[in-house]
Design a protein around this ligand. Structure first.
Ligand code: NDP
Length: 326
């Protein structure tokens, strides 16, 4: 008897959604033996476009795709969901204040958290992609008191993958040979891509590259890669974001190959990150749950950078508290 999984995608008619749906339906996310029911959530104005994507999904004749439903009602979209990818978010418009952005997203992620609480499967796994992802995950989790907080995560896997790609290019090796990279903190320009424990083919990367390269090129390039892509493509990254979302859910459900990866998870107080913040950590998937890798040494160079990003997360949490969103 094959397994079945209900996967809900919000913002399904967007750029990331378009790059995401076909790969999920092909089995890239949940493996070649799990059948998938897709539920696409959109705002009313974009439902028609999502229905168009559903027609194309039909036309792929994917053997694993059981059904596709399109709706603008969150209760319907999350009904029985095992996996939820929260992609749709309110983008920052020119001249928009940060508080307005957080408020706009609060009105999206609060009700979605509530709908997940009331309608999703007990073992729901939520990955927030829409920005500001960490704080949107915090808002959604706050509205889902019956769902364990560790079921809500934010995507920093794209930052992680960007880091792997930069290191592999620098060292002339394959990304699969690199292990022990960590993204800490917020999915923003303050994030800290950390090579302290990273190895390439078993050799410490810190002994293979100049510290100056790490500080002047690697860290800023990974942290600002989104802007680099926009400048080159004339549009935000979409396929790489979708690919990272698939990687993150794949490893969460099925386990990964590396010693650890990076994900935004609810802090248990590890590494001095205040409890309850959704921050990126080194994590490994154990029996279908993320565990923060314990006991890593954190040198001073790392400590200050982690603290700076965590401070930004605390400020975001303070803002959404003030706005009454959590
Ligand atoms: P995209 O599909 O390109 O992006 C969606 C979200 O992902 C944005 O918040 C974007 O943040 C974020 N994101 C996170 N990481 C990345 C990354 N590395 N690169 C690019 N984006 C990233 O946006 P579209 O505008 O094409 O589509 C959004 C869709 O969501 C629309 O169809 C809209 O109708 C829908 N929507 C649905 C809602 C719902 O279901 N209730 C609510 C709101 C919108 P950033 O803006 O910072 O780039």
């Amino acid at each position: 008897e094959p397994q079945k999984s209900t996967v809900t995608i919000t913002g399904a008619a967007g750029q990331i959604g378009y790059a995401l749906l076909f790969r999920i339906a092909s089995g890239a996310m949940l493996g070649p033996t799990t059948r998938v029911r897709l539920r696409l959530l959109e705002i009313p104005a974009a439902v028609h476009a999502a229905e168009g994507t559903a027609l194309e999904l039909d036309d792929c004749a994917f053997p694993l795709l059981d059904s596709i439903d399109v709706t603008d009602r969150a209760e319907e979209a999350f009904d029985g969901a095992d996996v939820a990818l929260l992609v749709g978010a309110r983008p920052r418009a020119a001249g928009m204040e940060r508080a307005d952005l957080l408020a706009a997203n609060g009105s999206i992620f609060g009700p979605q958290g509530r709908a997940i609480n009331d309608h999703a499967a007990d073992d729901i796994r939520v990955l927030v992609v829409g920005n500001p992802a960490n704080t949107n995950a915090l808002i959604a989790a706050a509205h889902a008191p019956d769902v364990p907080a560790e079921r809500f995560t934010a995507m920093t896997r794209l930052d992680h993958n960007r880091g792997l790609a930069q290191l592999a290019a620098k060292l002339g090796c394959r990304t699969s040979e690199i292990d022990g990279l960590t993204i800490w903190g917020n999915h923003s320009a303050t994030q800290y891509p950390d090579i302290t424990h990273a190895t390439a083919g078993g050799q410490p990367i810190a002994s293979l590259v100049e510290q100056e390269w790490v500080e002047q090129e690697f860290i800023p390039r990974v942290a600002r890669r989104g802007t680099e892509i926009i400048e080159a493509r004339g549009a935000s990254s979409a396929a790489s974001a979708a690919s990272a979302a698939i990687d993150q859910v794949h490893d969460w459900v099925l386990g990964g190959d590396a010693s650890w990866t990076s994900a935004g998870v609810v802090s248990d107080g590890s590494y001095g990150v205040p409890k309850g913040l959704v921050s990126s950590f080194p994590v490994r998937s154990i029996e279908g749950g993320w565990e923060i890798v314990p006991g890593l040494e954190v040198p001073e160079f790392s400590k200050v950078r982690i603290e700076a990003s965590v401070k930004e997360l605390e400020q975001e949490r303070e803002s959404v508290r003030t706005l009454g969103l959590i």
